[in-house]
Write a protein that binds this ligand. Structure first.
Ligand code: SF4
Length: 216
């Protein structure tokens, strides 16, 4: 059931007029048209902070120079070089450890020091922190994203790369990582780690996701 009371925002926009600043095409609810100038300025001021400025300039340069040419793996290596990162942390899913090893090799070939920690490190049973025993169907021990972040913090990494942490576990990793984080792989066990596959097939295989849901 569609909720008519929802506030319209960019996700409801067909104009995309902010891309070129075409003022006459902004819809009535447009977030640019109705922007709070103080909030906009507050955000712009943040880019003046040294680290934020360095990241934005280098991210923009990588995008501009290699647009449509470099893969995400290559862009990540290039970005890490340009921000002057020396030690890269990898927070990986155990199930993607082989892929993480390959990425680590690529990083090492490019002169980086690499330190990785997998999600099951610490080998703590799920039930120890109150996860229900029924969840042991996907493994006895818990993923430990806070430990992953804390161990990479201890290793003083300059940039952390997430490889396939579960939904929610990634959220906690982002929350506790002291170094900047970029995500190389978003885990999706069904689509070969390509969440967009569902969105591309929404009119066919995944059309049930768009069916009205009964109110609970
Ligand atoms: S800022 Fe305005 S024009 Fe841009 S996507 Fe949002 S609603 Fe559309």
């Amino acid at each position: 059931m569609t909720n008519q009371s929802q506030t319209l925002s960019c996700i409801d926009c067909a104009a995309k007029a902010c891309k070129k600043g075409e003022v006459e095409k902004y819809p009535a609810f447009c977030l640019t048209r109705n922007m709070n100038p103080e909030l906009l300025q507050e955000a712009l001021n943040c880019y003046e902070e040294e680290e934020n400025h360095r990241i934005m300039i280098n991210a923009a340069n990588v995008e501009s120079e290699f647009y449509g040419k470099m893969t995400r793996v290559e862009e990540t290596v290039e970005f890490a070089k340009r921000i002057g990162a020396k030690r890269i942390g990898i927070a990986t899913c155990l199930g993607l450890l082989d892929e993480a090893k390959i990425f680590a090799k690529i990083l090492r070939k490019n002169g980086f020091e690499v330190f990785g920690i997998c999600c099951k490190a610490g080998a703590v049973p799920k039930t120890q922190i109150g996860i229900e025993a029924k969840c042991e169907n996907s493994g006895k021990n818990m993923c430990n994203p806070i430990l992953q972040a804390k161990r990479l913090n201890e290793a003083h990494t300059d940039l952390n790369v997430v490889i396939g942490l579960c939904v929610g576990h990634d959220s906690l990793f982002y929350k506790y990582s002291e170094a900047l984080v970029t995500t190389l792989v978003s885990k999706d066990r069904v689509t070969g780690h390509n969440p967009c596959a569902v969105l591309y097939n929404i009119n066919s295989y995944y059309k049930d996701l768009m069916a009205d849901k009964e109110e609970k």
